[in-house]
Design a protein around this ligand. Sequence first.
Ligand code: PMP
Length: 462
Amino acid sequence: MALLCTRAHVTNRLVALGKRQTWARAASAMPDVEHEPWSPPRTPVPDYDGWDAQLEADFLPRRSTHSKSYHQSRPPVSNPRAGIVDSVLDLVGQTPMIRLTRLSKELGISDEIDLIAKCEFFNAGGSVKDRVGLRMVEEAEKDKRIKPGDTLIEPTSGNTGIGLSLAGAVKGYNVVITMPMKMSEEKMNTMKALGAEIIRTPTEAAWDAPDSHITVAAELAEASPNAHVLDQYLNAGNPLAHYDGTAEEMLRQTGGEIDVVVMAAGTGGTVTGVGRKLKEVLPHVKVVAVDPVGSILAVPDNLNDYKRLEGYQVEGIGYDFIPTVLDRNIIDSWVKIDDDKAFDMARKMIRHEGLMVGGSSGSCMAGAYEYIKEHEAELKGKRVVILCADSIRNYMSKFLADEWMEEHDLPSRFGPADGEESPAESLMSKVREKKMSGLKGALDMGWLSQSEYEAACAALEK
Ligand code: PMP
């Protein structure tokens, strides 16, 4: 079986496609009759269109920790980092939460609002998607649909690919990743190091185009019964990893005290899984989702009108279709964030909190900032949690580099504000002054001629 998740709408599409192709072939056999030229059969891709009844039916029985109410008295989870673990996969999950007091101050957010980051970049492979890669493999193993030695093929913006490659390396699967050109070389090289093979696809290809990362993955999987697409866009393991993992941890870590949770959406697995669990346990929680300008995930749809489907640089979030694992009914508010705000905020998070986050964490925090500013009065005394999905490791040659920012017409705001002297500049001026005064002394003592003195001063000025 090529695609693991065979679904009724895929089948319908196949039937329709089959009829069209039979007609086209018959027509091409009659050259005098006007006909469409024959083209090779196209591999169908699933008809993603947001959360549906079939996914709900897949999701419910697979939950491992269904808590209707949350009790602070639950036993704490043992800390895997306190002792020796059997493999790096034991270090997926159990990520820390950090209070962002310094960033709040820098942004002028009221100190009566408790701003906390769930730091998913501490996962073993460096992102929130390690949880999903591992969970999808575990679910498929449980169902006996895959076995070590098989080939896992996954279309991804990179982090799910890293998570799968990590699980593949440890458990013994071959991994083939299809990934749009836009995504960083850092991600590609990380996956290569883990033993995966990477096929790059055009960034501009629409999700269901013949050369999209999704179609190419489906096509490859058709070539062998031992090749499988676990498909993060419709695999219940994706939101389940967050429902059972990320959200449960947040509840334990905060003692159940959360009022607002802000997450950036890609497949939507994080926002759906976390949002669903938190709302079941704490019905008052507001779920805020962040969608990059250019994407069309946000609701209402007119939020997406500005620069609709135009390209953007932030990686891992936003799409031109609605993944099945995204349940938009869970979300109370959407915020649209552009590259400029995302990267500026990511740099501020690094600079003021020492959080080594990637660009989508900047989008998430920038979205949280806009939400907080709009609801500041009612949020006093409340706790807002943001989720930081990945780290700068994935973007060392991208938004971390001033040259890249300039090349992409994005403001690079590291260092002092315009006209301000930096600490290093101030120290250098002091050293220069001291040397100048030494030279002046040497001139006064007659140890230097006037011209030697002037040449030495000019050299120092440089
Ligand atoms: N940020 C980054 C950097 C990601 O790679 C992803 C996953 N594509 C997300 C956020 C969003 O996660 P999800 O797919 O669960 O919506």
